[in-house]
Design a protein around this ligand. Structure first.
Ligand code: GLU
Length: 514
């Protein structure tokens, strides 16, 4: 690759960023970093009717949470070196003044024309075509027939007059007739398109605003973008984009269209509705719609680790060619290759997402998890030494998917059980149980070296000598300490809560149940 790799993520700030968008950003980032290039965030906000106030900040916060920083982006918010390069501003609304000149260039060289048709006129054409069982396309087959009002059929004076009188107009691209375009996509290979099926897309409007197509191509060119990596939904725009590069006589970047992320069940693209129905988020962060006050769940707020989330996303459409599933961001940069991105859609699997979180949970350092869990404990009014929290986490971590699971897995390490599982009591609490526990209690009281292994050997030796049967002792003992027949190794619990609390809990259950 001779040209410096420069890629961009170019979202429109129209609402929260769907996980498909996060994956696009991620693949762009991985590709850029793999090739020692730049990852650019460009905000495509030319469509003011769809503009949503907090969406840009949401996008930036999401990238930050995912730890995929951009090298260049909106100046006030770039995460690293905002002034690197000379390609700003990075919001299209702030680049508005740039685009007219390019629309004019296309008009001058005959690749575009001015059209005055009003939306009512266009609607009438559409309606009439529909009635005749046809589809109305504004292009070569009707643009010069006289029924459409444009600079291809009007005289120059007439065009000038209309513009000067303030009539609204648009600049349309003049798609070539009878040509077979051969397009290259890094993921899909060659795509052949007959230009006769293309419509003459609007590039610019008389209000001074470019449309997505013009702004996108001009900016990719001015920002020296080498590779356009974006979602499959933009594939239909590819012929026009390639033609625009030709019309400007610019070298086109390479294109790669990523596969869709599909619903877990059924067919089609993963939507927010699927998430609502099946109970998982489709957005990285929680999002509040200011208009409706509707709050959408986010992976962050649902307790996912961002590295687990990113790892899961990386494999939705790309595979490393090996069985490896757990990748750090550095490993992803190393392994990522566009040629291993699949053409077909990737089915989203919410259970797999949980699996990733659990895997990451096991890898995390206990002291890191202790900080997170301590915050939850604090909310419950429990403040304990971090080393104690850490020790508790080591006991239950194996079964936790989220940090929030720690409470239900280990609450008995932090507080005396208030109630006892009724079913367990019915099954385990026999006539002689109270007195057995009284005896165990004095055995435990006599132990000086209060370590799990030592307590275990003494208590087990006592049970063996007494010939009581393990279940008769261990189950009620567990019930007294945990409140249910659950939890980690019993002697580890005893060591953690200490002798005094152990004896207190045995005493408590005896007085409540005997
Ligand atoms: N603004 C487009 C979007 O919202 C960008 C498409 C592209 O990357 O060219 O996804």
């Amino acid at each position: 690759m001779s040209q410096r790799v420069r890629v961009r993520f170019a979202p429109s700030p129209t609402g929260p960023l769907h996980i498909g968008g996060v994956r696009t950003a991620l693949y762009n980032y991985l590709f850029a970093k793999k090739h020692g290039g730049d990852f650019i965030l460009r905000i495509e906000d030319t469509d003011q009717t769809r503009y949503v106030e907090n969406a840009e900040q949401y996008i930036i916060d999401s990238l930050e949470w995912c730890n995929i920083p951009f090298d260049e982006g909106p100046a006030s918010t770039a995460l690293s070196n905002p002034s690197k390069g000379n390609y700003g501003p990075y919001r299209q609304s702030e680049r508005k003044h740039l685009y007219k000149k390019y629309a004019d260039l296309l008009l001058e060289n005959g690749w575009a024309y001015i059209a005055f048709d009003t939306s009512e006129q266009l609607d009438a054409h559409r309606k009439q075509h529909e009635e005749e069982g046809k589809t109305f396309i504004y292009n070569w087959h009707n643009r010069e027939k006289g029924r459409l009002v444009n600079s291809l059929v009007l005289s120059d004076e007439e065009v000038q007059k209309r513009i000067e009188s303030g009539e609204n107009y648009v600049v349309r691209f003049k798609s070539p007739e009878n040509e077979t375009l051969i397009l290259e996509d890094e993921i899909r290979g060659q795509i052949t398109i007959d230009t006769n099926i293309l419509d003459d897309k609007v590039l610019f409007k008389s209000d001074g605003m470019p449309t997505y197509h013009l702004a996108n191509i001009v900016d990719d060119h001015l920002m020296e973008i080498s590779h356009v990596i974006r979602g499959e939904e933009w594939l239909p725009s590819l012929p026009l984009h390639v033609l625009l590069y030709r019309a400007f006589d610019w070298q086109a970047p390479k294109f790669a269209h990523l596969p869709l992320i599909l619903k877990p069940v059924g067919k089609g693209k993963l939507s927010k509705r699927d998430g609502d129905k099946l109970g998982f988020p489709v957005f990285p962060l929680e999002y509040k719609n200011e208009q409706t006050n509707d709050v959408s769940r986010g992976y962050r707020e649902d307790g996912y680790f961002s590295d687990a989330f990113v790892n899961m996303l990386s494999l939705l459409g790309w595979n490393p060619g090996t069985e490896q599933e757990i990748f750090s961001l550095e490993q992803l940069i190393e392994a990522f290759d566009l040629s291993r991105v699949s053409k077909s859609g990737a089915k989203f699997n919410p259970d797999k997402t949980k699996w990733f979180n659990q895997q990451y949970m096991q890898q995390k350092e206990n002291n890191e998890l202790a900080d997170l869990f301590a915050a939850i404990l604090k909310e419950k009014g429990i403040e304990t030494e971090l080393s104690f929290v850490e020790k508790g986490i080591a006991l239950v971590k194996e079964r936790a998917v989220f940090v929030s699971d720690f409470w239900k897995l280990s609450h008995f390490l932090f507080q005396t059980p208030e109630t006892y599982d009724e079913k367990a009591v019915k099954k385990q609490w026999k006539e002689q149980t109270g007195s057995i526990l009284e005896e165990v209690s004095s055995v435990i009281e006599s132990i000086d070296e209060f370590s799990s292994g030592h307590i275990e050997s003494i208590v087990k030796e006592w049970i063996t000598n007494k010939e009581i049967g393990f279940g008769k002792v261990m189950q009620p003992l567990r019930l007294s300490l945990v409140g249910a027949l659950q939890g980690p190794h019993l002697f580890d619990i005893i060591e953690m809560i200490g002798k005094q609390e152990t004896l207190f809990r045995i005493q408590k259950i005896r007085s409540e149940l005997s």
